[in-house]
Design a protein around this ligand. Structure first.
Ligand code: PHB
Ligand code: FE
Length: 327
């Protein structure tokens, strides 16, 4: 029997493992103790349940992000900002050649509602998809409770800058204890002496102290906004749960520790390069690749994004080069 959970979410009664199965267009999703199985008219795929939930958590929390969110080398989404493609094998050379690839386009709200339903139903009480593997319990087993507080977390998105009036405020021990791997990060604050009348305009804070208190991994916060320039720092540990194929250039500034980036061709998945970033390194990720990061120890990374809505079209039509500099 099919249950309609929301206007557009098609979910089944619980299967033998206690989990609902979901249908979205011609895609079908089910999970058991260890795996998630995805089916479409010309093929099928399997992913580890923990990796699937970590990827889906990012896709939902980032509202489908910029460009392509690959859950792995086979399934993922493309954001068209209003509608979203759900694909299987579309950015995988072997699936394309075998004609096993499949793409369907959905209204953003509809696919988001289905993904939210899947996340809520498939995340057990012991598992937090945003946490590092060392800081969360197991994703596996038959259905065992839920963790709605974790899967509906709102991400930090400043309107001006963290610490400004009416904006995201600084973190304290009460809500955000210092992470075990950042115990050595100084917690002092800069002193600010604005002219009278400018107290709400002149602000400064210790970004390292702020990041040392992050309780999530691979989840950029917007800490400052200047027109289309967004500073999105984040703390990373283990593996970025998605492979990001951007629709614009983005910049990485390694603030601490080390991240290894695997870079592939955005359309075929062919390996392009590996980039090892150490503190102080700056890299621009071109608009024609996809990347996935590996952080051996919790690391601070500044992701610098350009939110200009005209960019995807300019890159797609070749009016802008896919890389920012010719050497
Ligand atoms: C990225 O795809 O550029 C990205 C996403 C999440 C992060 C870091 C980088 O935490
Ligand atoms: Fe990216």
């Amino acid at each position: 029997m099919t249950l309609l959970m929301d206007t557009d979410v098609i979910a089944s009664e619980p299967n033998a493992h206690g989990y609902a199965e979901f249908t979205l267009g011609e895609f079908h999703f089910r999970r058991d103790e260890y795996f998630v199985y995805v089916k479409w008219p010309t093929g099928s795929h399997v992913m580890s349940a923990d990796a699937f939930l970590r990827a889906m958590q990012r896709d939902v929390a980032w509202n489908f992000f910029y460009g392509i969110v690959n859950f792995d080398g086979v399934v993922g989404t493309v954001n068209h900002y209003g509608t979203v493609d759900l694909f299987a094998g579309r950015y995988n050379d072997a699936y394309r050649k075998a004609e096993m690839d499949h793409v369907e386009n959905f209204q953003s709200e509809n696919i988001k509602a289905t993904f939210e339903g899947m996340l809520a139903d498939w995340t057990n009480a012991s598992f937090d998809p945003f946490a590092s593997p060392e800081e969360t319990g197991s994703a596996f087993g038959d259905k065992n409770g839920s963790n709605l507080a974790a899967v509906t977390r709102r991400r930090v998105a400043s309107r001006r800058m963290v610490s400004c009036d009416d904006d995201e405020q600084l973190r304290t021990d009460a809500t955000h204890p210092i992470n075990r791997m950042f115990a050595d990060v100084p917690q002092d604050s800069p002193s600010v002496e604005p002219e009278p009348g400018f107290e709400s305009e002149v602000k400064a804070y210790n970004l390292f102290a702020y990041l040392s208190r992050s309780d999530v991994t691979w989840n950029p916060s917007v800490v400052s906004v200047c027109k289309d320039s967004l500073y999105c720092p984040t703390t990373e540990e283990y593996i970025l749960p998605i492979i990001h194929g951007n629709d614009r250039v983005e910049w990485f500034v390694q603030l601490s520790d080390e991240i290894i980036w695997a870079v592939e061709d955005r359309d075929t998945g062919a390996a392009r390069t590996r980039v090892v970033m150490k503190p102080g390194d700056v890299a621009s990720m071109p608009a024609n690749i996809r990347h996935q990061g590996y952080a051996p120890k919790r690391a601070m990374l500044l992701v610098w994004e350009n939110a200009d809505g005209a960019l995807p079209e300019l890159y797609a039509t070749g009016k802008l080069p896919s890389h920012p500099v010719d050497f």
